[in-house]
Design a protein around this ligand. Sequence first.
Ligand code: PBG
Length: 340
Amino acid sequence: MGRKTLVAEPRVERAAGTFPAVRLRRMRASSGLRSLIRETRLTPDRFVYPIFVHELPQDAAIESMPGQSRQAISSLPRLARRVCGLGVPAVILFGVPQVKDEVGSGAHDPRGVVQRAIATIKDAEPDLIVIADTCLDEYTSHGHCGIVRDGDVDNDETLELLARTAVSQAESGVDMVAPSDMMDGRIAAIRHALDETGHSAVPIMSYAAKYASAFYGPFREAAASRPQFGDRRSYQMDPANGREARREVALDVAEGADVVLVKPAMPYLDIVREVRTAFDIPVGAYQVSGEYAMIRAAALRGWIDEPAAALETLTAIIRAGADFVLTYFALDVAEWLAER
Ligand code: PBG
């Protein structure tokens, strides 16, 4: 009575495991404490930088993606050195050819824009991992990801062209091919073709769960690959479907994919987590052009703190389970992380 004791009396409010005994704010009190218990960390080696390459002699700014350009081939050695210098281990290349045709011949042209870009970068920076987007939409006059018959993309005819494209990328020295077309059976077709031509060491990064998304809008301006008719919903996934992503990934794993991607990233964090939990294969996520453009556009108007918002989205994507992220912010992020 009246004597203060340091030993808690067994009152109901002091029950172990609740407030006020437990105060989660204690471990948030300083930046040092927060750092000790941080569960997710960003480092530049978890990012892949997407590069658009065109056949003109000068770089050209991409209006819908401020800060990004279509690169001239002659600009690639300097850009590759910058990527390496920032500690970003890989780039993924998208070709923007001068000439397109019905069957996307430029995609497997040994002197095509991506083939030359691959050789140029590997020559300048042999240690930089060069991934090639393996798809036809940047090369077809109609903008679809394959051969069009009766108003729709013919799956099986397209496989042959995808396989030829992957082989020609491998012959140019690519480190990894990344089919983004969503044809059924393409991983098996590409794996078989690579193995038959002596490229069994080239891995396949499959865009396994790729959704028919509105967030690809700015990319289609950048790559001039907007479909001239219709849309891509007969081959890309319905954004409403989650379980189906597991089937897509399971098939690609069975066909020989080495790495799978979920795309877009932020609106599909549940899919990233699902794939991470259900499969042991490495999982990447693609923070696509529209995700980048939204943050950048708001930042340019002073409506959002760009580094904070971009880092938050990338932290969330990695927290959800991605091993690495393809992002147009890759170089900025590496710089922001170095400044901190
Ligand atoms: C198809 C491809 C697309 C993207 C990557 N590969 C476009 C599409 O499917 O329409 C989009 C990437 C982005 O929006 O950043 N080759």
